[in-house]
Write a protein that binds this ligand. Structure first.
Ligand code: BG6
Length: 486
């Protein structure tokens, strides 16, 4: 791997401490970062180099998946970190930053490759990108790349404005949009699972699949993010990005050995084939909910509108479910059910494939006494693959009994999503980053929901904390049912 400088905006922020520093450290220990390397942290406050390195050390001690013991290796790692004060709106600060970057490049004999990581609010993206351009920071002999985090816009229009403005400084192939769900090992495994298992490949079509269910349920509530969340809601916070990315990953169909370009083009195909929502019957396909007081794992919790800093009249959804249709030969007539919410019964991100039972009548079996075959893909917090089959129960007069065949990864030393993603970005591999067209198509599909909410045409259903969401989300499935642990 080529050497580079990692320029981190928002270096004293939460994401940097929780995710970015531990990820860099673990990559370093695994020798997945070329050494020597240089990290220049940026923030508004004046901090000495020593104090900054102490902050980085503290973050590793608190959040790294590997235990931290003092060692020459650790000291060497910390020495890579330097700090510069920067006010995002002051062009002269970028000039100073350029000098700092150059000085480190010369001192450490680094190639002029520069990674700009914007771990700051999206309202700063445009200003920072344009200052990177005008200060000369972006004029390098090597590569330059930009990493940004969701949200990419708040609706279709604002996403387009943001993209137009970023693309005056960075080309599409230089922009790495992080959707951290794409960094999760089991999500990265989905494609391999499909193409390397002929058993699954043979069944991967509408002839054999009855429906696909994607759930991301959380037990946490709004936490300390009222300011952000009460504007975003579950639609913008989870659905438009993470949930639709999971949909693309599970629904795309690829031959073995596909290139990053092919993968991203197949993902786009999924979004382009989605049946658009129509204003007239949108409410039959989308359900919004908001949590009320309840109990989660034995603990009482308040309702959303009683949370600190949330208006008692807030109409923001903390839960959303939808039924989607992909109109292509592979998936036609197969409903995709998606739901995500806060303060639900369990923390679980899971995809369930329900298979059809075409021989029901042939064997004269009663549908109600036989469970379908299921493939359950647990993405987190624990990773697992379960295939549910039916067998005869010898103790109950040979009645059919569903039995799960489960594989659970016992590897506790699994890389975290951010490690995978930062590593890929440093190598220039964009496979598991959101392409602009994916983002745009996702907003395009979601926009009618935003419009319906603004026009007051999409009801908000209350649901008790500690449940699987409002009843309306169960009814959304008609004769189907959500497969969940209850
Ligand atoms: C974030 C959302 O993107 O994803 C949070 O902003 C959510 O609201 C989080 O809690 C869930 O991620 P994970 O990895 O814990 O499932």
């Amino acid at each position: 791997m080529e050497s580079s400088t990692f320029v981190l905006f928002g270096a004293t922020g939460d994401l940097a401490k929780r995710k970015i520093y531990p990820a860099l450290y673990n990559l370093y220990v695994d020798q997945k970062i070329s050494t020597p390397f240089s990290v220049i942290g940026l923030g508004r406050r004046e901090i000495s180099k020593d104090a900054f390195q102490a902050q980085v050390l503290n973050s590793l001690q608190t959040f790294s998946r590997r235990p931290i013991a003092d060692s020459a290796e650790l000291q060497e790692f910390l020495q890579a970190f330097e700090y510069s004060v920067l006010d995002v709106g002051r062009p002269e600060d970028y000039k100073k930053l350029l000098q700092h970057v150059r000085q480190r490049e010369q001192q450490l004999h680094l190639q002029e490759n520069r990674m700009f990581y914007l771990s700051v609010g999206p309202e700063y993206f445009e200003e920072i990108a344009s200052n990177i351009n005008s200060s000369g920071l972006g004029s390098t002999k090597g590569w330059k790349r930009l990493i940004i985090e969701k949200p990419f816009g708040t609706d279709l229009k604002s996403a387009r404005v943001l993209n137009d403005s970023l693309s005056t400084t960075f080309k599409e192939e230089e922009i790495f949009r992080i959707d951290h769900f794409l960094g999760k090992p089991m999500v990265q495994n989905l494609e391999v699972l499909k193409y390397s298992n002929p058993v699954l490949r043979a069944l991967w079509k509408n002839r054999y699949i009855a429906n696909v269910q994607i759930t991301a349920s959380e037990t946490v509530g709004v936490e300390e993010r009222a300011g952000y969340y009460d504007k975003a809601g579950a639609l913008r916070d989870m659905f438009q990005n993470h949930m639709l990315q999971l949909l693309m990953m599970i629904a795309m169909q690829l031959p073995k050995g596909s290139t990053p370009e092919e993968i991203r083009s197949k993902k786009r195909h999924v979004m382009e084939s989605l049946r658009p929502l129509m204003k007239e019957d949108l409410a039959q396909h989308v359900v919004r909910g908001q949590y009320t007081a309840g109990e989660i794992q034995g603990k009482s919790v308040v309702g959303y509108t009683e949370e600190p800093n949330i208006a008692p009249t807030s109409q923001i959804e903390t839960f959303i479910a939808a039924r989607l249709w992909i109109e292509d030969p592979l998936w036609s007539e197969v409903p995709f059910y998606i739901r995500t919410g806060k303060r639900m019964k369990e923390k679980s991100t899971r995809i369930v494939i329900e298979f059809k039972e075409p021989f029901n009548d042939y064997h004269n079996l009663n549908r109600s006494t036989q469970d379908p075959n299921l493939l359950i893909i647990d993405i987190g917090p624990d990773e697992a693959l379960t295939l549910q089959l039916n067998t005869k129960d010898p103790l109950r007069h040979g009645e059919l009994e569903p039995v799960p065949i489960k594989y659970q990864s016992g590897n506790a030393d699994m890389p975290e999503a951010y490690e995978n993603l930062i590593y890929d970005a440093l190598r220039g591999d964009a496979t598991f980053f959101a392409h602009w067209r994916e983002v745009e198509l996702s907003w395009q599909w979601v926009q009618p929901i935003i419009d319906a909410i603004e026009e007051g045409n999409l009801p908000l259903h209350p649901y008790s904390s500690g449940t699987y969401g409002p009843d309306a989300a169960m009814e959304l499935l008609g004769n189907d049912r959500w497969w969940q642990d209850d």
